[in-house]
Design a protein around this ligand. Structure first.
Ligand code: ATP
Ligand code: MG
Length: 460
């Protein structure tokens, strides 16, 4: 397929992958891109900026993905115009500033991100207020240094992300031999890998994400320093790591991402407690997490909605038993121990990857459901069915079973119960008899002792 994409274009024999000052120019007849495939709003922005006298290109993921025949997630524009100059050209534009100043131009639900060409940071210029600011370990903290197109290409992460498409001339400019790497399905950092990871350790996670998403190999110098530098991720703000984790696990290749993160030792700095569980109970933990991610990958492929809370609930679940046990050994009763452990574990996780409240609450609810699902007698089963979290709780129970947890066929019971008619349901509840713990209030004493068993059952 790629042969067709790059009809007559052939890369130079001795492709030099780092710095080039003149780009490889790939003309319209030498590539498969068509202006009409790109967002017309993005193309419109480029045309407008060019006619105002600025340089402007479509860049990054959209050019890369189009060359690979994948539908791009979004369209990014790079330009020589400053954010203020861009804003002056468009009514629907606003400047946003996270790590760097960018312009968002909105067309209904589509937002096009326009970035001004940036220069790579320069180590000699650390004192200059206008240059980028560095942390002692080489990390870039501020990066608002505008530069030329050539410089902009050099400071991008991977060669395949540094392709510039001009929809007016329909040419691609390639400063880093990205087209060569696309043909060979290889992910390669621009510049010295160790240095580039030190500047921004998140590039290690991006390497994993793109390799999994595009099914690319990682070039050997690009992969080599990762294990050693993985601990640098501990210095990244937890909010950024949350965003990046979502992209990793919701990429549609989450199961593969997980394998790569573990292999490259990037999993532990993100999820320390889960990594510990992976050491302590490798088969169970690995099965549970990969199964959750495979299910998610499948749902994404089928266009079904996925909830990050379910994923995080699964990622952290194997780390719970050790915590619960620890509290119980200190004399805390089972249910409070479970609650305390859940609270601690989530709070600790948020120090690394800042999972927002809107997800941590449902995580707790999914976990609580695991204690409630065994208790079915009287009206409880029907009340649980009406609970808005029932479905997630039930799916989570099936997930635990698929990882080998012993639940006394509770999952099958709930599957049958959902499919049963009213009469059959009453019979199922009757049949539970003494097996179930949901006794009437006057037998409360027995209830609590069974409850304890229910709570422990979760961790068998
Ligand atoms: P996708 O949007 O499909 O996830 P993308 O390549 O567009 O992939 P973005 O995060 O949208 O990724 O970034 C757009 C472009 O900005 C990238 O293609 C890359 O050129 C550059 N870029 C993004 N993050 C970094 C980084 N941490 N270091 C260097 N360049 C980066
Ligand atoms: Mg993008």
């Amino acid at each position: 397929m790629l042969k067709k994409l790059f009809q007559s274009f052939r890369p130079p024999v001795h492709a030099q992958h780092h710095r080039r000052t003149t780009p490889e120019v790939i003309n319209k007849s030498q590539h498969s891109l068509q202006r009409s495939q790109f967002s017309r709003h993005a193309v419109g922005i480029v045309e407008r900026l060019q006619s105002a006298g600025y340089q402007a290109y479509l860049v990054g993921g959209c050019v890369r993905d189009m060359l690979l025949g994948i539908a791009p997630k979004d369209f990014d524009v790079a330009t020589s115009a400053t954010p203020e100059q861009v804003r002056a050209e468009f009514r629907n534009a606003r400047i946003i500033g996270r790590r760097f100043k960018l312009v968002h131009i909105q067309f209904g639900r589509e937002i096009i991100e326009v970035a001004t060409f940036r220069a790579p940071h320069s180590d000699e210029d650390q004192d200059d207020k206008h240059r980028s600011s560095h942390h002692a370990n080489g990390r870039i903290l501020r990066d608002n240094v505008y530069g030329t197109l050539e410089e902009d290409a050099q400071r991008r992460d991977f060669t395949i992300n540094a392709l510039y498409y001009d929809p007016v001339s329909e040419r691609i400019l390639d400063y880093a031999n990205g087209v060569h790497d696309i043909r060979n399905r290889l992910l390669r950092l621009i510049g010295d890998p160790t240095h580039r990871y030190q500047e921004d350790p998140v590039r290690m996670l991006r390497a994993v994400r793109f390799a999994a998403k595009l099914d690319f190999g990682i070039e050997k110098h690009t992969v080599a320093p990762i294990r050693e530098l993985a601990p640098l991720l501990r210095e990244i703000p937890p909010a950024r790591l949350f965003e990046e984790s979502l992209k990793l696990f919701l990429s549609g290749q989450g199961a593969m991402v997980f394998e790569m993160l573990v292999d490259l030792e990037l999993f532990a700095p993100l999820f320390p407690a889960s990594a510990q569980a992976l050491d302590d109970r490798p088969t169970y933990t690995h099965t549970l997490i990969s199964q959750a991610l495979s299910n998610t990958d499948l749902r994404i492929k089928q266009g079904k909605p996925v909830t990050p809370a379910f994923l995080f609930a699964a990622l952290l679940w194997p780390a719970l038993p050790a915590r619960v046990l620890h509290l119980q050994n200190q004399g805390v009763p089972p249910i409070p121990a479970m609650n305390g452990a859940a609270h601690e574990l989530i709070a600790e996780q948020c120090q690394r990857v800042a999972v927002p409240k809107r997800f941590t609450l449902p995580i707790r609810e999914i976990w609580d459901m695991q204690e409630r699902l065994p208790r079915r007698s009287g009206k409880r089963a029907d009340q649980l069915l009406d609970n808005p979290r029932f479905r997630a709780g039930y799916d989570f129970l099936l997930l635990r079973e698929s990882a080998g947890e012993q639940t006394d066929e509770l999952g099958q019971w709930w599957t049958d119960y959902q499919e049963a008619h009213d009469g059959e349901r009453r019979e199922m509840i009757r049949d539970l008899g003494s097996r179930d713990d949901g006794a009437a209030p006057r037998k409360r004493k027995r209830t609590s002792s069974k409850r304890k068993r229910g709570g422990d059952e979760a961790f068998d």
